[in-house]
Ligand binder design. Structure first.
Ligand code: GLA
Length: 388
């Protein structure tokens, strides 16, 4: 079963520079880099003004860039074959196809925010698995934003980083057409090492939650089932939540209680809203248990969260359920699907000594079901985006 290594950030920044030189025959000015993420808990809560608790992965996306003296943008990637080139002034929602929309969309959104963004040449390398629900798109956005900010000669102050969260969200929802909620960009830009990031979308605040020296390993199991945030299921869940809030006369489901759900007469909306209300409470419980070092209890909350996503929010799939059930049977303290759903990855909390056993058991169960064994990685909590 393949294990995905994050690589060494210094080496990867250097090889990205070298690849840029080979592609464009000039020296890049900067390398911006940003992590993928895995969410510990708090799924589909961000766009409901709720709470979530992601960690930044050691796996990162690197963007080497140099400014141009015209408004041409050229961008290529070592992971995908189609490069993109075009004028910044021609970029608008829907005008950039495919992967490049996430990067070029950031330049567009920065310019929309009033910054004098020049044309640029850029080259991307990444160790964040694509389509695995680990936010390769936010990593690309945030790495591009960091490179562009440095090219503009701007300091990456906390205020600037918070502004970049909004810029990257605009790029994703308006240019790439994925109406996501902000968790991925927030953790990529504001994560702190060795910690998860508690994000409160109603308060607009973040707090690092240290995982402590005795934390189990966070084993990520990529089911290989393709996951895409702009093919309908994600937007449909978001619409259900907005409709439930509207019928309850609330701005968002953050303000809903379980008792409120009796006022909804649509069975599907009840289940969607119940997931959101209970999931927000589970984030709070998870933080309390992590801070008390009670990892077995964190595992129990993960199991409840998975059931809620499977039964109430209906975003799991047979591969995610098998990964979760097998990991638990093989000794994981807890397991759940993570991210937007409909495929992507599951996570399992595993004592370091049990890591191999759990990964092997899940791989064998997949093969027995006639599927390819998941690829795995360890989500050691890493730091935020930076420039090199
Ligand atoms: C995707 C989105 C996030 C969030 C999660 C579900 O990762 O990009 O904004 O909504 O799904 O928690």
């Amino acid at each position: 079963m393949p294990h995905v290594s994050p690589g060494d950030p210094r080496e990867l920044a250097a090889t990205t520079r070298a690849a840029f030189r080979a592609a464009y025959d000039i020296e890049p000015l900067v390398v911006g880099h940003a992590p993928g993420r895995v969410n510990l808990i708090g799924e589909h809560t961000d766009y409901n003004d709720g709470l979530c608790l992601p960690v930044a992965l050691p796996h990162r996306t690197y963007v080497a860039a140099a400014p141009r003296d015209d408004d041409l943008v050229r961008i290529s990637s070592l992971q995908v074959s189609e490069p993109w080139a075009g004028r910044l002034e021609d970029v608008r929602p829907g005008s950039v196809p495919g992967w490049a929309a996430y990067a070029v969309g950031v330049l567009w959104a920065l310019a929309e925010s009033g910054l004098p963004v020049p044309g640029m040449d850029a080259l991307v390398d990444s160790t964040v698995p694509l389509g695995a629900g680990l936010s390769s798109s936010a990593a690309l956005e945030c790495a591009t934003a960091m490179a562009a900010l440095a090219i503009l000669g701007e300091e990456a102050s906390e205020t600037r980083l918070r502004m970049l969260v909004g810029v990257c969200m605009r790029a994703e929802s308006e240019v790439a057409g994925a109406p996501t909620g902000g968790m991925d960009q927030t953790v990529a830009l504001l994560a702190e090492p060795d910690s998860a990031l508690l994000i409160d979308f109603a308060a607009g605040s973040t707090r690092a939650v240290s995982l402590g020296p005795d934390a189990p390993h966070i084993l990520v199991l990529d089911t290989g089932v393709s996951h895409s945030l702009n093919d309908g299921g994600y937007a449909a869940r978001r619409r259900d939540c907005e409709e439930a809030a509207r019928r309850l006369d609330l701005v968002t489901l953050r303000d809903a209680t379980l008792a409120d759900l009796d006022r909804l007469d649509d069975e599907r909306l009840v289940r969607r809203a119940r997931h959101v209300v209970t999931e927000i409470a589970r984030v709070e419980r998870t933080v309390t248990e992590i801070e008390g070092g009670e990892w077995e209890r964190v595992g129990g909350v993960f199991v409840e969260s998975h059931a809620s996503m499977r039964d109430d929010f209906e975003i799991s799939c047979p591969e995610l359920d098998l990964a979760v059930d097998t990991a638990l049977a093989a000794g994981a303290l807890g397991a759940r699907m993570t991210g937007g759903g409909f495929g992507g990855s599951a996570i399992a909390l595993v004592p370091p000594d049990d890591r191999g056993r759990v990964a092997t058991a899940v791989g064998e169960a997949f093969v027995a079901a006639g599927w390819t064994a998941p690829s795995t990685l360890i989500a050691s909590p890493s730091g935020a985006a930076a420039v090199d």
